[in-house]
Structure formats: C-alpha cells, structure tokens
Design a protein around this ligand. Structure first.
Ligand code: UT7
Length: 334
C-alpha cells in the first residue's frame, strides 16, 4: 500500500513580549486605526534580544511532539528566513535540544512559504521511506531584521513558531497530506527581502550600508502578487484533488494582511465565514504563519476534525504553495 504523510501533532509558541499598535515607536508616524483597518493587526509578539529562532522553534517543536503522543521524530525540517546564524543551519541544534539524537535536520528558506515547502519535503521523505516521522517547524524572529523606523514593515511582522508532526500512514486517513502545489517566480526577488549580508551585498562594505540588513518590502506590489498567486495555487490543488470550492470547509492562508486573505477568499468564492484568521494577535509571522493560524484555529474551535482544510501561503522570492487535507483529530499540549 502507498505510504502517506499524516498530520499527527500540532504545537506553537509565541515569545511573551506583546507589542500593541499603540506601543510602536511614535517616529513611525502610524496609528492603531491605520494598522487595524489596512492590515487587521492589533498586536504582535517580539522576542527579547538574546532570544533566537532556535529558542522559539524548540518550544513549538516540543509541543507538537507532545501533541503527537510520542517524543520521537527521525527528521526535523526548520522553515525559517531568520536562522540563528548563516552557517551552520539551526535545525540540528533544535533537534539536539529536543532530544532527537541522530535525526536528519536541515533548514529550509522559502520565506513565508517555507512551512508549505517543509510539508512537501516531509511528505516526500515519508512516502519514499526515507523517514517515518518528521517534525516540520516554521519559526521566525523577524524583529531581528525589521527597521524599527520603517512603517511599511515594522507594524506588519511578528515573531513566533508553529510546528506539526507528520507520521507514515494511510492516504485515506484524516490528516493525510495529498495534493500539494508549489511554485516560484524569481523576477519578484527585489520586491521583498533583505539585501545585505549575503554574498551579493556584503555587510562589511561600511557602516553607511547598515540599513541593508533590514527587510524592505514594496507592499502594494507584493499585495497584488500574493492574492493572484495564492488564488491560482489553491485552484490548482482543488483541481488535482478533484474538489470544488464548495467542498472547502476552512481556508487557512498565510496571515500577511487580512485584506489579502479576504480578497483571496472572494476570488476563490469561499465565504469569508470559512476563513481562519489570527492576524489580529500575531501579525505576519512568515514561515510560522500557517501552523500558528492552524493552532489558534483548533484551539478556538474554528478548525475541527473532518473538515476539508485548504492551506496556502505566499512569500518573498516570490514563492507560493498550497495543499488540501481532511483535518484529523488532534490533542493539543501546552
Ligand atoms: O508575507 C510576505 C508577503 N507580504 C505581503 O503580502 C504584504 C503585502 N502588502 C501589504 O500588506 C500592504 O501593502 C501594507 C500593509 C504593507 C501597506 O498597505 P497598503 O494599503 O498597500 O498601503 P500603501 O503602501 O499603498 O500606502 C498607502 C498610504 C501611503 O500614503 P500616501 O502616499 O497615500 O499619502 C503610505 O505612505 O498609507 C501610507 N502608509 C502608512 N500610513 C500609516 C503606509 N504604511 C503606513 C503606516 N501607517 N504603517
């Protein structure tokens, strides 16, 4: 029988420091009203200096493992744009701190689509027998790359981590990862990203280039691409799965902006009542966004066993990805 990857655990972690819109620096020249009405965000969590992405990832990973009912996994995929350092990857340290001795472990950078790519990698590794249980974590510390004086990004992003466990199982089981769509368009590379610190623009070039270590984003342009690409990707997955939009009980999209999520739902003709959102409390947490939205959706009772759940994300690169699954019965652990 064909092996499938089955979602069997879910967890997440937010650093304790909450920053409301009113807590943002006055120099940003923004307002609670503007941020709420243009993005849907009311607050976000920021890790304190000294906390790294691995710290968040370990907390989320431990909760996902506990939720899965066993502390074991033979691989860890960490989707992140904000690793602890450029080299080595952060995932091996996370695996070790979780007690996963000898587990395969690597980082994956597809920005806000990273978690979806992580699911695809894990599903492939399980289907081909490379591994039996994979911990997929999306974890970010965007506060480390935000220009505190850029109102186009500083109010938008937040820190956090979400994680799932995938185990080998049956394609017909609830939670089985079936059809996945992934894509990219590198012509959008300049529109959102961090220019400095890589091999192209080296940070040692001088203090005047300090700003290049920050994330920049052409928000309005990126917005249009996000709606267009996630719409097409969701349609592709539904088509491959032989499903119609009317079959979709819950839409869990990357939480970049509530207006993006609503436009996506409208384009797909999915009633906004079927949209799961937590952007008001966490902002855009990039690779952690989809698993955190799932976690909060399950905790709130919005995502329930048996529901056809459509997951989709879009991010820098550009990158995008979607999948559809029947939501499984899960036990959340604090
Ligand atoms: O996660 C990866 C992918 N990321 C995304 O998908 C994010 C996509 N983009 C967005 O979510 C939105 O474009 C933003 C939230 C970043 C910006 O919202 P917008 O509605 O697209 O605003 P805008 O950039 O078109 O700016 C409209 C106005 C401008 O003023 P003028 O030129 O009309 O006078 C901006 O200067 O709003 C101004 N503005 C702000 N005002 C107060 C921009 N940011 C702010 C702000 N507070 N924070």
């Amino acid at each position: 029988m064909t092996r499938a990857a089955v979602l069997s655990g879910l967890g997440g972690w937010l650093p304790p420091r909450v920053v409301t819109n009113d807590d943002l620096p006055a120099e940003l020249d923004t307002s609670d009203h503007w941020i709420r009405s243009r993005t849907g965000i009311a607050r976000r969590h920021f890790a304190d200096p000294g906390s790294a992405t691995s710290d968040l990832a370990v907390e989320a990973g431990a909760r996902a493992l506990a939720s899965s009912g066993t502390p074991h996994a033979d691989a860890v995929i960490l989707a992140t744009t904000t690793p602890d350092r450029i080299c080595p990857a952060t995932a091996p340290e996370v695996a070790t701190r979780l007690g996963l001795a000898d587990a395969a472990a690597f980082d994956l950078n597809a920005a806000c689509t990273g978690f979806m790519c992580g699911l695809a990698c894990a599903a492939g590794m399980i289907a081909t027998g490379v591994t039996d249980r994979v911990l997929v974590i999306g974890a970010e510390t965007y506060s480390s790359i935000l220009d505190p004086l850029d109102r186009g990004t500083a109010p938008i992003f937040g820190d956090g981590a979400g994680a799932v466990v995938l185990r080998a199982g049956d394609p017909d089981e609830p939670g089985a990862i079936g059809h996945i769509d992934l894509g990219s368009d590198g012509s959008g590379a300049e529109l959102v990203g961090v220019n400095g610190g890589g091999s192209r623009q080296r940070l040692s070039d001088g203090p005047e280039r300090e700003g290049e270590r920050y994330l920049t984003m052409a928000g309005r342009e990126v917005f249009k691409h996000a709606v267009m690409r996630m719409t097409a990707s969701c349609q592709t997955v539904l088509e491959r799965a032989g499903r119609d939009v009317d079959d979709v009980d819950r839409l869990v999209a990357h939480q970049a902006n509530i207006r993006i999520v609503h436009q996506l739902a409208d384009q797909l003709r999915i009633d906004r009542g079927r949209v799961v959102t937590n952007i008001d409390r966490v902002g855009n947490t990039a690779a952690a966004s989809v698993p955190l939205a799932l976690l909060h959706g399950v905790a709130d009772g919005a995502v329930r066993p048996g529901q056809q759940t459509l997951l989709t994300a879009f991010g820098a690169g550009f990158t995008w990805g979607s999948t559809l699954l029947t939501w499984p019965e899960l036990v959340l652990r604090d």
